[in-house]
Design a protein around this ligand. Sequence first.
Ligand code: ASP
Length: 322
Amino acid sequence: MSPTPSSPAPLLYRHRHLLGIEGLTRPEIGSLLDLSESYIEPIRSKTKSALLVGRTVINLFFENSTRTRTSFELAAKRLGADVINMQVQASSIKKGETLLDTAMTLNAMHPDVLVVRHPDSGAVNLLSQKVDGAVINAGDGSHEHPTQALLDAVTIRRRRGRLEGQLVAICGDVLHSRVARSNIHLLTTMGARVRVIAPPTLLPAAIERLGVEAFTDMRKGLKDCDIVMMLRLQSERMHGSHVPSTREYFHFFGLDYGKLDAAKPDALIMHPGPMNRGVEIDSEVADDIDRSAIREQVEMGVAVRMACLDVLTRPLRSNAEA
Ligand code: ASP
């Protein structure tokens, strides 16, 4: 093991938890992005650090996840932490235990960081008020998914050099998407221009109040965009039918080369995954190695999660050293 290179940039993030992007300042976000970038090289060279040796990270997932849970696990292990994964199906919730009972039980085991995903908006915030360790929101209902927005921002910054001035289209099921909400907060705070494009049934009321422009037509909304971010239809969060059929949805809102023509010729294609090919995105477009940044997003996810674990455990580590 080699010691972790500490971040060259001054760290401006001063919160105990990471519950959302809303309310974070531009310098706070900027310093998280800088720190995340400093972890890319150690990931690529498979350097393991001893930064979190003796620390415990619990991944508490009340909802399915592939990318997010795996990348938090890998990030924690790369930093030397002990990691415990708790899956919803196996948890006591099935036996009627409440979220807070589960939190208190886990708290008694003194985890340093709890990474929590929950289907209810606000549940992770509630839990953070009851536990002693730091809490990272790994997605709460349709509210926020802060590490996804951070990894998207690192990806855009690396490809385009900056976030400021980029014209970003977020397309699809904006209504139910925590990815859209976190990205809107992050991108507008960092000076990007954001458009959302969705059928009227999947556009939140008064979304313009968040500082975005809303469109219900893909070609109009995509016109001259630098970045095209696609979203999955969140059927698990839909009550009733929001789209007539997935076939019709693809026809009007699925990203194919025809619609992509309206964006800038070098527009970058992004998707948080999991993708539904042929529903919100055409397979060929998703796999276009010149245009798609989808795999890079996954790689940046590990770097961002290492940075978040590093940042939130700094107060503990400095107490231990004192
Ligand atoms: N993985 C992302 C999330 O957890 C996006 C999605 O599920 O569509 O919100």
